[in-house]
Design a protein around this ligand. Structure first.
Ligand code: CA
Length: 230
């Protein structure tokens, strides 16, 4: 099945270049040149991934990302932001609204395609189908449902993958780099601190009855999932 990528970019030559590269690589494409065109209408087929320029007329890419991630119908669509700025604060701001990755302009067609494939791979469900449970925290890989004492927990795709990895590999310390390799994939160009952002979100999502303490920081080493207190 061919994946469909929505390309949101106001600069026509760049948008056309991206569309050309993606179609050459076997993707289907949709295009939008501004904030209003990027609005996904009800009933319209959803893209599998969105490439979103940061600077757009009518409303920033960040604003669009925020709106997509707040809408239950679109929140699971992975977003890669295109930015001319390599500002760390911008990246953190983007990751906090749920952006999956960044590409800094200018980028090569090869890098673009590699990043898209990496993001698609890491949001695609893993095969392990066994129901997992630790002290009331449960994860069902078949339905992708996470719950605490039978109450559903809302997780972003990355937090879900991270929790799934932790719950299938408990009581072991993993460095940020190992987590990136295992959860994000080996062909990814994200920084170690991305892990911290997602760990923070995961803890927040499972907080309440002490379950956030299962995700433990091991100083100087990384993170560990454990039901024992650190
Ligand atoms: Ca732009």
């Amino acid at each position: 099945m061919n994946r469909t990528i929505l390309v949101v970019e106001d600069e026509t030559p760049i948008r056309e270049m991206i569309v050309f590269v993606l179609e050459q690589s076997g993707f289907n494409t949709l295009q939008a040149a501004n904030y209003h065109q990027a609005k996904l209408k009800n009933g319209q087929p959803l893209p599998d991934l969105i490439l979103l320029d940061w600077m757009l007329p009518g409303g920033s890419g960040l604003k669009i990302a925020k709106e997509l991630k707040q809408n239950s119908a679109t929140k699971d669509i992975p977003i890669i932001m295109l930015t001319a700025r390599s500002d760390e604060d911008d990246k953190i701001e983007g990751f906090e609204v749920g952006v999956d990755d960044y590409i800094t302009k200018p980028f090569s067609p090869k890098e673009l395609v590699a990043r898209i494939k990496a993001v698609i791979r890491r949001v695609t469900p893993t095969e392990l189908t066994d129901f997992i449970e630790f002290d009331g925290l449960s994860l069902d890989p078949v339905s992708h449902r996470v719950s605490i004492n039978n109450s559903p927990v809302e997780l972003g795709p990355r937090e879900y993958s991270l929790l799934h990895f932790f719950m299938t590999h408990p009581e072991r310390v993993y460095s940020r780099e190992q987590l990136l390799d295992n959860v994000w994939g080996t062909n990814v160009y994200v920084e170690d601190r991305t892990v911290d952002v997602h760990i923070r979100r995961l803890r927040k999502a499972i907080a309440g009855k002490g379950h956030e303490e299962f995700v433990q920081t091991v100083r100087g080493a990384g993170y560990r999932f454990s039901v024992k207190t650190a």
